[in-house]
Ligand binder design. Structure first.
Ligand SMILES: [Zn+2]
Length: 352
C-alpha cells in the first residue's frame, strides 16, 4: 500500500468540508477603474494587452485572502468577442487567462478556477439558443480542462435554464462546480423560478456548490440566502457586490443617487457607484452572517477591492498575508494611544 501523498494540494470540496473558502471576484470592475478595459461591453481584453495587470490583481487578491485564483474568462465567450469584433482571439484570450491564473496559483497554496457565465444568447424555450449556448460552454470548459483547473465557476445566471446548461457542461468535463445566480429587482429568475427553487434544482442536478453572486449587495442578498438555506441541503455560495443596496433599490443596477442628475445613461451603474461602496466592516458583517447561515464559499463581486476580500477573510478567521497591514490606530499621531505620542497632538484630536 502506498503512503498517502503529503504535499498534494487539497481540492475545493475538501477545503469546504474543513472551513470557509474565499473566492475574490470583480476583476472587470477593478480593471475598468484601473484603465484596462471598457465599461459597457466589459470584455477582458486586458488579458492579451496587459497580462501583467491581471497577474498583479490576482496576486493582490491572494495576498488579501482569496483561496482561489479565478481565471479572467468572465465575458470572454464567443458572443462577447463577436460583439467587439474580435472573435478571432477568443481561444487565445481564454488560454492566456487560464495560463496567468495557473502561474499565479503555482506560487501559493490556492486553487485555480475556470469561469463561465451568462451568454446573453440564451432565450427560454428556444432550442436553437440552447444548442448555441451549450457549444459556447463546452468550448470554454474544454480550454479550462486543458489548463488543469481545480474546478469551474459558472456565474451570474438569471435564467435557471441557462445555469443548468452550464452545469451540464462542467459535469461532462468531470470537474467540481460552483454555480451562482444573479437575482434582479423582481426577486426571481427570468424564467420565473424563485432563487431557492432554482438553487435546489441546481443542487438536484449535481452542482457541488450553489448560491448567489453579483447584482445584489449584502443587505438585499442575505434575506434570499436565508430562504436558500431552508431549501437546499448542500454547500452554499454567496458573493455580493460591495454596494449599499436596500429593499427599494435591491440591485446595484437600480441604485439612484439624488445628488447626481446628469449621469451617463441616467443611472449610477456602472461607473458612478462610488457613493454607495460598502466599507470593509460591512463586508465583514456580511461574511459572519452568511457563515452563520452555513454559507462556506464566500467572496465579493463587481466593485470589490482587495481590502474587501481581506476584511472578509479576517472575519472568517483567516490570516491573509496582507493582514499584516490591517488597521492599528494606536500609533496615529492624534487619535492614537501609544505612550510615545505627543500630548499636544492628542489634545488636538477633538479638532480633527
Ligand atoms: Zn459581479
Amino acid at each position: 500500500m502506498s503512503p498517502e501523498p503529503t504535499n498534494q494540494k487539497r481540492g475545493l470540496l475538501e477545503r469546504l468540508d474543513q472551513g470557509p473558502v474565499i473566492c475574490a471576484e470583480g476583476y472587470l470592475f477593478e480593471l475598468e477603474r484601473r484603465g484596462y478595459l471598457q465599461a459597457g461591453a466589459f470584455v477582458p481584453e486586458v488579458v492579451l494587452e496587459h497580462p501583467l495587470a491581471v497577474d498583479q490583481l490576482h496576486r493582490e487578491f491572494v495576498r488579501a485572502g482569496s483561496d482561489v485564483v479565478e481565471a479572467l474568462t468572465y465575458y470572454a465567450h464567443r458572443e462577447k468577442l463577436r460583439m467587439i469584433g474580435k472573435e478571432d482571439v477568443l481561444e487565445q484570450l481564454n488560454r492566456q487567462a487560464l495560463q496567468i491564473a495557473r502561474s499565479v496559483a503555482a506560487d501559493y497554496d490556492v486553487l485555480v478556477a475556470g469561469d463561465i457565465c451568462n451568454t446573453n444568447v440564451y432565450a427560454a424555450g428556444d432550442r436553437a439558443s440552447e444548442e448555441a449556448v451549450a457549444k459556447m460552454f463546452d468550448e470554454q470548459v474544454a480550454w479550462a480542462t486543458d489548463a488543469g483547473v481545480d474546478f469551474i465557476v459558472a456565474e451570474t445566471f438569471s435564467f435557471l435554464g441557462e445555469a443548468l446548461l452550464a452545469l451540464k457542461a462542467i459535469r461532462r468535463a468531470g470537474l467540481p462546480s460552483v454555480v451562482t445566480l444573479a437575482i434582479h429587482k423582481e426577486g426571481t429568475l427570468r424564467d420565473g423560478h424563485s432563487p431557492e427553487a432554482a438553487c435546489r434544482a441546481l443542487e438536484d442536478a449535481g452542482a457541488d456548490v450553489v448560491g448567489l453572486n453579483c447584482a445584489r449587495g449584502p443587505a438585499t442578498m442575505l434575506p434570499l440566502l436565508e430562504r436558500i438555506r431552508q431549501t437546499c441541503t448542500g454547500r452554499l455560495a454567496a458573493l455580493p457586490v460591495p454596494y449599499r443596496t436596500r429593499p427599494e433599490e435591491p440591485t446595484f443596477q437600480s441604485l439612484t443617487d439624488p445628488g447626481m442628475s446628469d449621469l451617463p445613461g441616467g443611472r449610477s451603474f456602472p461607473t458612478a457607484l462610488d457613493p454607495f461602496v460598502c466599507t470593509r466592516y460591512e463586508i465583514a458583517d456580511f461574511a459572519k452572517k452568511a457563515w452563520a447561515l452555513g454559507v462556506r464559499y464566500q467572496g465579493v463581486c463587481c466593485g470589490a477591492g482587495p481590502h474587501h476580500i481581506r476584511s472578509m477573510a479576517e472575519a472568517l478567521g483567516k490570516t491573509p498575508a496582507a493582514g499584516r497591514f490591517s488597521a492599528d490606530m494606536s500609533k496615529h499621531y492624534a487619535l492614537g494611544t501609544d505612550a510615545r505620542l505627543k500630548a499636544h497632538n492628542i489634545d488636538f484630536a477633538k479638532q480633527l
